[in-house]
Design a protein around this ligand. Structure first.
Ligand code: DI6
Ligand code: FE
Length: 440
């Protein structure tokens, strides 16, 4: 199939990135959120912590009083007792799309179900029309403020899926916009190819033909352009069958690309067990996940990604099997699932709140869910999701008295101080350089 060679990616950087000041120095006087900080020496309870940032990476983390001599002369940033978390990780989003779907929100309020809206020609396919009709620059301009809203709340890594193009050139457009957003905003973006999201109208009744196109043309072409960090499928009655899902996974495997799955959202399709057999990074939604699915995920080290925004928006009542996941020791991540149909959510803290209130996660589980486990769901467990030596400096200082406040407030965006990719990108706390020794 003849393709116009893609133009080189543009690199406009009006949104931060290298223009922001370096965060190098010693960050003193903060309190770690439990379990999210790996210190280099043991820390007596209540002792203020400090982290050394050098060349944009964390060089050392530990109690302030034990700061190694070699770092004593670096300048200091005084966090004045703020609570620190790693940079948040939003591990499941459909952030790049044309238009919006408030009309469907109204239809559902009038009684239509998500499946009915989809079968009536709304749903994903209506976003496909708007996405196909948009240029790369238009998609960038529409997604930018959404990304900014997430970044303002401390997101330092984000997954962005395709899946509203459903044809090579339009899927490419979405993935290129995702990459450009990462570069322009100075944030880690992991792209996921979700060509198997819905059957495009021109393939109506020809599901196998479209699956073949996804496997044999779209995925190999986009992978060759380095646009695909992972491959996802919507495995569902209204989307792709288990057999079609496996074909896509096989295509990903041939290219050495990791997989993840929209699994058991509306029904138990056996998708999680299949995904686990392919060593999936994550199975997402999983409201209808079975005991077999849980066991397979545990054995494969697959992360369970909980999406309370979609559960809430669809007014779902079938809870994911949280107690069983917890008992099995399957890591649980929490994400926005930002998309125009089922989760127009733009706050990770709100998702943490909903994960607690709707799904009964504990606060530490929810906070690990939006950091450590979310990083694992993207294969970023060695670089993101923990404050630890050797990693790029991505952390957030919060103006709260205790970490539980991060999941407690509803719809409040605390003015935080954010270090992203080693740069001070927001400073709501007004952290200033303090030159006194030991932050006295
Ligand atoms: N599951 C979802 O929650 C979104 N996609 C998916 O596979 C919904 C996408 C949409 O309605 O636009
Ligand atoms: Fe989704």
């Amino acid at each position: 199939m003849a393709q116009t060679p893609p133009a080189p990616l543009a690199h406009p950087a009006p949104h931060g990135g290298a223009a922001r000041p370096s965060a190098d120095g010693v960050w003193i006087n903060w309190v770690p959120a439990a379990g999210l900080v790996v210190q280099d020496v043991p820390v007596p309870a209540g002792e203020p912590m400090c982290a050394v940032v050098q060349d944009g990476r964390i060089a050392w983390v530990g109690p302030q009083l034990q700061l190694p001599l070699s770092f004593q002369t670096l300048h200091r940033w005084d966090a004045r007792g703020a609570v620190a978390t790693p940079g948040l990780v939003d591990c499941h989003t459909h952030l790049v799309y044309g238009g919006q779907r408030a009309n469907e929100f109204a239809m559902r309020l009038a009684g239509a179900t998500y499946e009915e809206v989809a079968r009536a020609g709304g749903g994903i396919v209506s976003s496909v029309k708007a996405t196909r009709a948009s240029t790369e620059d238009e998609l960038f301009a529409q997604a930018a403020p959404r990304l900014q809203a997430l970044l303002d709340e401390g997101v330092c890594a984000i997954e962005i899926k395709s899946g509203y193009g459903l044809a090579l050139e339009h899927e490419r457009k979405q993935l290129r916009v995702a990459r450009r957003l990462g570069e322009a905003f100075g944030v880690t973006v992991r792209t996921t190819f979700l060509g198997a999201h819905a059957l495009p109208p021109e393939y109506a009744g020809r599901s196998q033909d479209y699956t073949d196109l996804v496997c044999h043309e779209m995925l190999p072409a986009l992978a060759a352009e380095s646009l695909v960090d992972a491959v996802d499928v919507f495995c569902e009655r209204i989307a792709f069958t288990l057999a079609e899902t496996e074909q896509v996974f096989q295509a990903a495997q041939r290219l050495g690309i990791p997989v993840k799955l929209h699994a058991e959202q509306l029904s138990d399709m056996g998708g999680a067990a299949l995904a686990a057999r392919y060593g999936a990074l994550s199975c997402d939604h999983i409201e209808h996940l079975s005991a077999d699915g849980i066991a397979a995920m545990k054995a494969a080290g697959t992360v369970a990604v909980l999406l309370p925004g979609a559960y809430y928006t669809l007014r779902d009542t079938h809870l994911p099997p949280i107690a069983q996941l917890r008992e099995a020791g399957v890591p649980m991540a929490v994400s926005t699932d930002h998309n125009p149909g089922t989760s127009p959510a733009l706050s990770m803290l709100l998702m943490a709140n909903m994960a607690c209130t709707l799904f009964r996660l504990t606060v530490p589980e929810a906070l690990a869910g939006i950091t450590t486990h979310a990083a694992r769901a993207l294969g970023l467990q060695d670089t993101h999701g923990l404050i630890a030596a050797g990693r790029p400096a991505n952390f957030v200082l919060w103006p709260v008295a205790e970490a539980a406040e991060l999941a407690y407030w509803l719809g409040h965006k605390p003015a935080c101080t954010i270090v992203r990719q080693g740069r001070l990108v927001a400073n709501g706390l007004g952290v200033a350089i303090a030159r006194e020794p030991h932050g006295a």
